[in-house]
Design a protein around this ligand. Structure first.
Ligand code: CMC
Length: 388
């Protein structure tokens, strides 16, 4: 029956070959198609990074222009989709709505989807890149009872997202360029991260030949948890719970106590055991945004800074190589922009969709087998059904 290794949590199993993203956790290196994340975040915009992840190369000026135009053709969603939103309770978690609505896209684009056709796969990518901000903003608008805003193709990708989030039909809304740039960086820094839990879910679900929109919905579900994409939301909830700078020390003590399940949210990473290169860019961006908005003395930010300071000097965290990760800072930025915590993971899902799609696309365009992990059985040996 063959031989297999027991590797709970897949910490030492390479489940696929990939040319998309390289991570060196010990040295804090993250490359997309060879390009360092810091350079991409500081020089490219999110749509260029989408093109790069999907096609393997940065776009030429002409390709860039064509890509933007094509994506813009797909920014609206089918009007019938609004019924899906209306079917949810107003207080539903936006991630629950997101899983449902993105999964429902498979109903709109199923018959036209031939997985072996490069062109059809590309159209599916364009549709997803274009529609995710629209869907994400609709999740928010629905939760606060405001009318859905149609996308504006004259705006940049992040700008349009902020417009659909905060604009209202009755007055003009001008997007602050500093905030739009920060939003774009958040999108870039979350665009891909090789075989994490949600991307592995996407590959596994996709390996059955399922519809890619349904496959992306599976990725969204996997991202939701607090140990993965839910961490940025958990960071803000934690900061709110701490409530005051004077409670930070006690909270750090709790995180160290093995009898207490409490962990410092936004600290630690399965792969980065030195520092998270995304966290550095995010930290700088957080300062820019807070300065722009005059929020340098925000009490929550002060708690975050104190927490970072204490944890970075504490033996426990140093020994275990626990550093603030990307989500520690992205939560602070999103809060400053005015985005409610329940939307944080939705924004992560929006950004990561291109990563998930690129991995799915890479898999289905090569030779792949259905994913089928084995197990170490530890249940009963055979026993008989009781006769009486
Ligand atoms: N606070 C306190 N202790 C921690 C923390 C933390 N945040 N993270 C890890 N530890 C301890 C853990 O208790 C263990 O200690 P010991 O060796 O004494 O038993 C040691 O550090 C190693 O932890 P682990 O759980 O074996 O590490 P892991 O690689 O399985 O987990 C992690 C990685 C990210 C799930 C974990 O660090 C964690 O739960 N962090 C908080 C949640 C978080 O911020 N997640 C976002 C990750 S980045 C974005 C993403 O990928 O979505």
């Amino acid at each position: 029956e063959g031989w297999f290794t027991y590797d709970p949590g897949f910490v030492s199993t390479a489940a696929c070959e990939s040319k998309i993203t390289f991570i060196d956790g010990a040295n804090g290196v993250l490359l997309h198609r060879g390009y360092p994340i810091e350079q991409l975040a500081n020089n490219a915009d999110y749509l260029e990074v989408c093109y790069l992840l999907l096609h393997g190369e940065l776009p030429t000026a002409e390709e860039n222009e064509r890509f933007r135009r094509t994506v813009n053709n797909h920014t609206m969603i089918h009007d019938q989709m609004s019924h899906f939103f209306n079917g949810f309770r107003r207080d539903a978690h936006p991630m629950a709505i997101m899983v449902g609505v993105v999964g429902a896209l498979s109903a709109f684009y199923h018959d036209t989807m031939d997985l072996t056709d490069v062109h059809e796969r590309e159209v599916a990518a364009h549709r997803l890149i274009a529609k995710m901000p629209t869907i994400a903003a609709m999740c928010y608008k629905y939760s606060i009872g405001q009318p859905f805003m149609y996308p504006r193709n004259d705006l940049g990708y992040a700008e349009n997202f902020l417009y659909m989030m905060f604009g209202v039909p009755c007055e003009e809304y001008k997007v602050n360029p500093v905030l739009a740039k920060a939003m774009d960086k958040i999108f870039i820094l979350h665009a891909d991260h090789e075989q994490n839990a949600s991307t592995s879910t996407v590959r596994l679900a996709g390996s059955t030949g399922a519809n890619p929109f349904a496959v992306i919905a599976a990725g969204i579900a996997a991202l939701w948890g607090p140990a993965h994409g839910g961490a940025n939301e958990a960071v803000l909830n934690m900061l709110n719970e701490i409530g005051d700078e004077s409670n930070v020390e006690h909270c750090v003590e709790r995180a160290k106590d093995k009898d207490d399940p409490f962990r410092l949210m936004g600290f630690g990473h399965r792969v980065y055991k030195n520092f998270d290169p995304r966290a550095r860019v995010m930290r700088d961006t957080a300062h820019e945004v807070l300065q722009e908005l005059g929020l340098e003395n925000d009490p929550l930010l002060r708690i975050a800074q104190r927490l970072e300071q204490i944890a970075l000097e504490d033996e426990y965290f140093i020994e275990r190589k626990l550093y603030p990760n990307v989500d520690f800072y992205s939560g602070i930025i999103l809060k400053a922009i005015g985005i409610p915590t329940s939307m944080f993971t939705v924004i992560f899902a929006l950004s990561r969709t291109i990563g998930w799609f690129s991995h799915w696309n890479e898999m289905v365009s090569g030779n792949y087998r259905i994913g089928r992990p084995r197990q170490l059985y530890s249940g009963y040996t055979k026993r008989d059904y009781p006769s009486e």
